[in-house]
Design a protein around this ligand. Structure first.
Ligand code: ARG
Length: 604
């Protein structure tokens, strides 16, 4: 503490003397990128190969500085040199003037980098006046297709689709914030033989109810249709006829089909809007979109010698996958009766996303149980050369949502939980919670607050956990005002704003320079400047929980700073400098929560 404080004082004096603030303007806020560049250069100057990896990371502990470079180890091995010796040579060539106040070798050959408070201050000054908290837009934007949500027609969206919708939307928001061209692809299940039965049942309903739509309860509609199909032979006959007609492009059947899709998506849109999810009707790119491509794909796979006839069906045998007998697995792409399969559609879909949408990268937010399905489809896609290896197809899978008993999340009666009911309950619980805390709040504001907290809690609970594991849905945990939850984060944000409100200060009006005067300030500042680095990890791995963890950390550091470094009662220029840190904190929290699709409020 004291040592850093002295260091800061010396730096402040140096800056005062040199007075070259303008010279610092050009510095970029992505400190990790800046340091990586510098360490790379030093490594190369010390004899490492030009493609060496500097491996600059945020330090895990304060005593290791702000960043640590671990790249020396691998290079030393390559050069047959003791790591420490190489590290020393790297230090000789590492020029971090104006960036770091201390650089040291630690352990077998790690390089600890302590950022210069003057550098930090200059970065904060830049970030705080930028609308994006200093985050730059990507230099080479890509076209990124994100496959998410994907509910099924004439079926209610259920909790299984919730995770895909929420996590996928956070990825979409983050990528577009960074400047990528994002195409939201809602791969709705709008095709298949079940549509004969659904059309026949819709027809029956329309006749009986004089055109009144009985689709309000989608789940019930589907169940009833299935019942008729199983029990009424004449109905089943009609249904089978409709499948053929629909596939043949019959106008009446198309019309009925369109109605089914329309009603389903109108209902789903209500859920998307309630969830503050960015999907619209224009994003629907359902399975039916690829119909016309399927015969051509099957013919092409045959021509390429990839697909063969087997017991009347068309099959692709893949060496990469083995069946129970240890033989290459056969993936059916066309059934005996001529029908196509889910896999055939996903083959066409990947091809379309590359050829027609010009995707540079495609992300699929789908349940982990569909992993094998995707891998098979994509193995065929690559073999057929439909999508070059340079365009990644990524399965961003996630586990199941479990109840508190550790079993799949179900209603008390054992049925699937409907999303709409779940959100109703979230609102009800949140309303109770926030009205207790804010007895005097006007009704309108209370409604908005309950909505932000309730919906936010459901979303954040999902977003904050590593998506690859199953997660336990627990109302009490997600609505707690402590811990890494939406209410805590939303509250933390309002607390920062209240500093300005209390003092009657318009945050825009502060133009004071920033002086990093102690360790609490420097730790907070360094963390605030890591927003871009965090965003980069989120988009690389499709892991919004990394953003949640970051924001939670920022909120905690701000709390500690607020507690130990009085803001409003401090003397100038310290007071305004600290207000600048508070202002940047608010900005970072707001932007971060925005990229997650979590709403903020002004007070709570
Ligand atoms: N509709 C499917 C389901 O409910 C998910 C579709 C995912 N996307 C895809 N390209 N297969 O399970």
């Amino acid at each position: 503490g004291q040592m850093q404080y002295n260091r800061a004082l010396i730096s402040v004096c140096t800056r005062f003397l040199s007075g070259n603030r303008a010279a610092k303007k050009g510095i970029q806020v992505n400190i990790q990128a800046l340091l990586s560049d510098k360490v790379s250069q030093a490594l190369i100057a010390a004899g490492a190969s030009t493609d060496c990896e500097p491996q600059v990371r945020q330090s895990a502990k304060v005593q290791f500085g702000d960043y640590q470079a671990n790249g020396v180890m691998a290079q030393a091995k390559k050069l047959g040199m003791p790591p420490r010796q190489l590290a020393e040579k790297v230090l000789e060539n590492l020029d971090l003037t104006g960036i770091a106040s201390k650089v040291e070798i630690a352990g077998p050959g790690f390089i600890n980098i302590f950022l210069d408070p003057v550098f930090l201050a200059a970065q904060v000054e830049q970030a705080v006046v930028s609308e994006r908290a200093g985050v730059s837009t990507i230099a080479t934007p890509e076209t990124i297709v994100i496959d998410y949500s994907a509910p099924n027609v004439a079926k209610e969206m259920h909790v299984g689709h919730l995770r895909s919708t929420i996590i996928g939307d956070a990825a979409a928001r983050t990528l577009s914030f960074l400047g990528h061209k994002v195409i939201r692809a809602n791969h709705v299940g709008d095709w298949g033989t079940q549509f004969g039965m659904l059309i026949a049942f819709l027809e029956k309903q329309q006749q009986e109810n004089a055109g009144e739509m009985a689709l309000a309860d989608l789940e019930g509609f589907y169940r009833e249709a299935k019942k008729h199909y199983d029990e009424d032979e004449a109905f089943a006959e009609r249904a089978r006829g409709y499948v053929v007609k629909l596939q043949g492009g019959d106008e009446y059947c198309r019309e009925m089909w369109r109605k089914l899709v329309d009603i389903t998506m109108t209902q789903n849109q209500i859920t998307y809007d309630r969830l503050n999810v960015t999907l619209t009707r224009d994003d629907v790119m359902g399975e039916s979109l690829y119909n016309a491509m399927l015969p051509g794909i099957v013919a092409d796979l045959k021509a390429k010698g990839l697909a063969v006839e087997s017991e009347g069906a068309t099959v692709v045998f893949l060496d990469e996958f083995k069946n129970k007998e240890g033989e290459p697995m056969g993936v059916i792409i066309q059934k005996k009766d001529g029908g196509y399969l889910y896999t055939t559609t996903d083959i066409a879909c990947a091809k379309y996303r590359y050829e027609t949408l010009h995707a540079d990268r495609v992300l699929y937010y789908i349940d982990s149980r569909q992993h094998q399905h995707l891998m098979q489809a994509w193995t065929i896609v690559r073999k057929a050369g439909y999508v070059p290896e340079s365009v990644p197809l990524e399965h961003h899978m996630f586990g199941m949502m479990l109840g508190k008993d550790g079993k799949p999340f179900k209603t008390r009666a054992g049925g699937t939980v409907k999303l709409a009911d779940l959100l109703d309950e979230a609102l009800e619980r949140a309303r109770k919670l926030v009205s207790e805390k804010n007895p005097d709040m006007p009704a309108d504001e209370l409604n908005a607050l309950a909505n932000a907290v309730g919906i936010g809690a459901v979303k954040y609970a999902d977003l904050s956990k590593n998506r690859t594991t199953d997660y336990v849905f627990d109302w009490d945990n997600m609505l707690a005002f402590e811990g890494n939850t939406a209410p805590y984060m939303q509250y933390a944000y309002t607390r920062v704003l209240s500093v300005f409100r209390k003092a009657g200060i318009d945050e825009q009006s502060i133009t004071a320079p920033v002086v990093i005067g102690n360790e609490r300030e420097s730790v907070l500042a360094a963390r605030l400047l890591q927003l871009e680095e965090t965003l980069a990890v989120v988009v690389r791995d499709g892991t919004p929980h990394v953003m949640c963890a970051y924001l939670y950390d920022v909120a905690g550091l701000f709390s500690a700073f607020y507690e130990h470094c009085p803001i409003l009662s401090a003397e100038q220029p310290v007071r305004d400098s600290r207000l600048q840190l508070a202002r940047l904190t608010a900005k970072v929290l707001k932007i971060g929560l925005d990229t997650l699709g979590i709403e903020t409020v002004e007070r709570m």
